[in-house]
Design a protein around this ligand. Structure first.
Ligand code: SF4
Length: 62
């Protein structure tokens, strides 16, 4: 995504199991490499993480 990932848009690099296809590769964006995942944001299920991500995207909407 050359212009960055817009809010509410699924990253094109996610596979069908919501795993980053660029993980471990030099092409992975620096912002993704430096992001430190946390239990507070990610939880332990996709459903929990998506609720947190939606709240963050709403809170940071321009
Ligand atoms: S880590 Fe970055 S590149 Fe990978 S799926 Fe998530 S947003 Fe996309």
């Amino acid at each position: 995504m050359p212009e960055g990932k817009p809010a509410y848009q699924r990253c094109v690099q996610l596979d069908d199991e919501n795993r980053c296809q660029l993980f471990g590769l030099p092409e992975r964006p620096a912002v993704c490499v430096t992001y430190a995942a946390s239990v507070e944001i990610c939880g332990d299920t996709n459903e929990y993480a998506f609720v947190q991500l939606e709240a963050l995207e709403k809170a940071t909407r321009p």
